[in-house]
Design a protein around this ligand. Structure first.
Ligand SMILES: [Zn+2]
Length: 376
């Protein structure tokens, strides 16, 4: 495969990424729909959209959903992954009966403002819980949160927080610490991985998209592009099909057992993630089976903890604008979507390959009655 020209795929900001996505989908003759955010605007007063592009027939029974920007800031990578595949030869010869639904910037606010979370500091990938029931408890997070938002972002404050984490690790172990930090929490609106207190606009919009665009689908594939877990520039899969299920076996058939089985993010036991987009989609699709994964591109490995932390510090504690804030912001962006041409070329190549594997898998997925039965 030739090396992708990353300057054609990546943009400097949300508006630029949207323009590139619009141009690429128009060139590929996609049908197009946009969902405008009803009350949030971008930093320069621009309107914010979740954009939906369809490649192939809306009547296809096999449909692949490809999402970018669930975590807004990571959207620059997901958007490039979508465009890279659209411009590849695979997009020009879809297998019969297969269609693609590209969802661009599912969290456009976060994309536009350079933060992982939504306009309400909600981690959209923890928001798909049943908000009418009691929220999943996370007592570990309550213990850790106290030192997370220091008044000033100084090495001393970071050491303080690191010490608090070390105490927790000592008591409960490294896996439990990682689980408490990232599984999702519903008690600290200024914290990381906050799942919210109601359905976010992006959550409700995703349901509209399923209702309006996936009516004909009978078998669904999902790629939800993310960054921040895994080795630098390498893909890392978090497949949420149930362990040992026929649907997980199908994911293995598409992407290989080394990618799908026994994945340990940053080397830790997989957290008990709550409220995932994957769960929301599965629910919106009803009893139609879905095979898919969150697919990350690795950046700074375990050092990403500090970047997650910096994201909320900039939101809730930083002075308005200053050289220092600009320096910190540049570091945050580079932590999630490295400026490096090597990283961008490498991840774009992998995005094309991984998407093509999903397309081929979806085209040849034979649905057994047992797979259909376990899909709910
Ligand atoms: Zn993410």
């Amino acid at each position: 495969m030739t090396v992708p020209d990353y300057t054609r795929l990546f943009a400097l900001d949300y508006a630029g990424a949207r323009a590139k996505f619009l141009a690429a989908t128009a060139a590929a003759n996609c049908a197009f729909a946009s969902y405008r955010h009803p009350d949030a605007m971008g930093p320069r007063g621009e309107e914010l959209f979740v954009d939906v592009a369809r490649l192939g027939s809306a009547k296809a029974k096999r449909q692949l959903i490809i999402i970018s920007g669930t975590h807004g800031l990571e959207g620059a990578s997901g958007s490039a992954a979508q465009i890279a595949w659209l411009e590849s030869s695979g997009a020009r010869k879809l297998p019969p009966g297969v269609s693609i639904l590209l969802i661009h910037a599912l969290n456009p606010y976060g994309f536009a403002y350079g933060t992982r979370t939504t306009e309400n500091n909600v981690d959209l990938n923890r928001n798909f819980v049943d908000h009418k029931r009691a929220y999943p408890a996370n007592p570990g997070y309550d213990e850790i949160f106290a030192k997370m938002l220091p008044r000033d972002w100084t090495p001393a404050a970071l050491t303080d927080f690191g010490d608090a984490l070390a105490v927790y690790r000592e008591k409960h172990g490294a896996d439990a610490l990682f689980d408490a930090l990232v599984r999702g929490q519903y008690t600290h609106p200024e914290g990381t991985n906050y799942g919210g207190r109601g359905r976010e606009w992006s959550n409700r919009t995703l349901q509209r998209i399923v209702d309006e665009h996936l009516g004909a689908a009978r078998q669904v594939g999902l790629i939800d592009w993310h960054t921040g877990i895994g080795e630098w520039g390498r893909s890392f899969f978090l497949c949420f099909n149930e362990d040992g299920s026929p649907l997980q076996a199908e994911a293995v058939r598409w992407w290989g057992s080394r990618s799908i089985l026994e994945q340990r993010p940053h080397g830790f036991a997989r957290p008990n993630y709550q409220g995932l987009v994957f769960n929301g989609l599965a629910q919106f699709l009803g009893n139609r089976p879905m095979v898919g994964a969150v697919i990350e591109f690795g950046t700074r490995g375990p050092n990403m903890r500090r970047a997650l932390h910096l994201d909320i510090w900039l939101k809730f504690r930083a002075e308005k604008e200053s050289e220092r804030v600009s320096l910190l912001r540049a570091d945050l962006h580079d932590a999630f979507v490295p400026v490096s041409s090597h990283w961008r070329e490498e991840t774009s190549s992998q995005a094309i390959e991984i998407t093509q594997q999903a397309v081929n898998g979806l085209a040849t997925w034979s649905l057994t009655p047992s797979a259909a039965a376990t899909s709910s």
